[in-house]
Design a protein around this ligand. Structure first.
Ligand SMILES: C[S@@+](CC[C@H](N)C(=O)[O-])C[C@H]1O[C@@H](n2cnc3c(N)ncnc32)[C@H](O)[C@@H]1O
Length: 288
């Protein structure tokens, strides 16, 4: 049945589409070009209904009011972000860590790495990426017991961070996970008929999740990292924002640190202090 609210908030005018998209760009760096108008309409409708409002205009005026900024901005960000992710997504990156980077660091028995090997998944969505990183690190640790690691993970969306902290996923989301990792790192729900799994507590406790907006001028992170994963995030940003974000990553990496981007992202044409070492894998340029 169609009710009044479905009819009223149906049409987002071009003028208000442009206001919303400028606001999203300012707050999150995300571009909504005109061909994404229908997508944005659908996403905003969820909040408009939840607030019992009737029109996009009414919602926009609330959003930019002092009360809206304080109370609604977080929900708005939750609906306008795209959060698709998977365990072992783009597996070449995890293979590179496992087969090249970690063995290189440990070639001399690990004496260079007395401190923890620190990784940051920036734009971690619902947690599949940092949990995958933790599995790769944990496997390496089981080989070299003196190896220590830390995984930090952040996102702008509070909704996905809640899911990530819980670490509960549909069993089907483990299709690309090796059977031995499923057994070691996931627990099946005991509830009858449930097809959910939960990441084991030892792995969940390894990850420090926090909320961070990559548009912040300075990143409030606890340390410098060996590796930053920021995959399938900057694709939504324009070139100027991409360059700013990548330069901020550079200042949060250790001197020979690595940056992993998503498969369709590149630093080509951007002024950044990175050198490409493999497909979508970059390293900070050595200072001379
Ligand atoms: C498509 S997901 C990618 C998840 C994961 N990195 C992967 O590749 O599977 C993009 C994530 O970036 C986050 N994001 C978008 N804009 C952001 C911003 N300005 N600051 C921090 N995170 C942002 C979104 O909330 C979303 O969870």
């Amino acid at each position: 049945m169609i009710n009044d609210k479905d009819i009223y908030c149906y049409e987002l005018s071009n003028a208000y589409f442009s206001k919303f998209s400028s606001f999203i760009y300012k707050e999150c760096g995300i571009n909504y070009p005109p061909d994404k108008k229908i997508l944005l309409e659908g996403r905003l409708r969820r909040r408009i209904k939840a607030l019992n409002m009737l029109e996009y205009e009414e919602y926009y005026n609330y959003l930019i009011s002092p009360g809206g900024i304080e109370n609604e901005l977080i929900f708005f960000i939750n609906v306008v972000t795209t959060n698709k992710t998977d365990f072992f997504r783009e597996p070449a990156h995890f293979n590179y860590l496992k087969d090249n980077l970690l063995p290189q660091l440990y070639a001399d028995g690990g004496s260079r790495y007395r401190s923890s090997f620190s990784t940051w998944s920036a734009g971690c969505s619902s947690g599949e990426e940092p949990y995958t990183l933790a599995i790769v690190m944990e496997e390496f640790k089981r080989q070299y017991s003196s190896f220590n690691y830390e995984v930090f993970a952040s996102d702008i969306s509070s909704d996905v961070l809640h899911c990530a902290v819980k670490g509960v996923y549909p069993e089907d989301s483990l299709v690309d996970v090796d059977i031995s990792f499923k057994k070691k790192y996931f627990l099946k729900s005991k509830a009858p008929g449930s097809r959910l799994v939960r990441v084991v507590p030892e792995l969940r406790d390894r990850i420090n999740f926090f909320r961070l907006n990559l548009m912040d001028k300075v990143y409030n992170v606890p340390k410098k990292f060996n590796v930053i994963f920021c995959r399938n995030v900057i694709i939504y940003f324009d070139k100027k924002t991409q360059e700013e974000v990548l330069n901020r990553f550079a200042s949060n990496l250790l001197p020979d640190g690595y940056l992993f981007l998503g498969h369709s992202e590149t630093i080509t044409g951007l002024n950044t202090p990175f050198t490409r070492i493999s497909s979508t894998i970059y390293q900070l340029k050595q200072r001379v």
